[in-house]
Ligand binder design. Structure first.
Ligand SMILES: [Zn+2]
Length: 215
């Protein structure tokens, strides 16, 4: 409970700072509302997600999510970026979606690492079954396209799933699996700085394209 309140306090503080600074900028550009992007690093705290041989999913997700936020803050003007968890902490699935709804987000991107018993490899991005043909699907396709184009990853495509964060968010939302932590070769890539930089660039470039298409 204590940690939960600290977390809410953090998010409110970040949002206040972001909206205050954006207010300064927008006063010049005729009060244009900033685009609000919520970036969600999957799992955290005692929920470690999938485990690889040498890494945990929650750590990889957080590192990639942080890089995505950094790149977008640097490159995309008029975008306020909010992280559902800035650190290694537990946040419920309901709170992740709730946060995005509370801040009136325009887009929600959840970042995860995949796992399977076999030798599966590649990326895949999920949208809610009710979101086919929507902006969510477009964003998912843009992400998968960048994974192939500049990430040189094997894409397993865009898929649908009734995941909690996709079901409970009231804005375009995607959940992207950046690779299989259960696959030795892919784990090496997604846990490396080089791999994480590349994956973050794919996601942020896809976002930049999405913004161009839906200004
Ligand atoms: Zn996960």
């Amino acid at each position: 409970m204590h940690k939960c309140w600290l977390h809410i306090l953090y998010v409110v503080l970040v949002a206040c700072i972001l909206f205050t600074t954006s207010g300064c900028r927008s006063s010049r550009s005729l009060q244009r509302q900033p685009f609000v992007l919520v970036v969600d690093a999957g799992h955290g705290g005692n929920d470690q997600g999938a485990a690889g041989r040498r890494s945990l999913e929650k750590d990889i997700n957080l590192k990639v999510a942080k890089r995505v936020c950094k790149l977008i803050r640097k490159k995309c003007k008029g975008v306020e970026v909010i992280q559902t968890r800035p650190d290694d902490e537990f946040v419920t699935l309901e709170d992740r979606a709730g946060m995005a709804n509370y801040f009136g987000a325009d887009l929600f991107i959840s970042i995860h690492s995949n796992s399977s018993r076999g030798w599966a490899e590649g990326t895949e991005t999920f949208i809610h079954p009710s979101a086919c043909g929507s902006r969510s699907e477009r964003m998912a396709r843009l992400i998968e396209r960048e994974y192939v184009r500049q990430g040189k990853r094997k894409s397993r495509g865009v898929k649908t799933a009734n995941f909690s964060v996709l079901r409970n968010t009231r804005m375009p939302a995607v959940l992207t699996e950046i690779g299989f932590i259960s696959n030795r070769k892919e784990e090496k890539f997604i846990k490396s700085k080089r791999g994480q930089k590349k994956l973050a660039r794919c996601i942020s470039d896809a976002f930049a394209r999405f913004r161009e298409e839906y200004p």
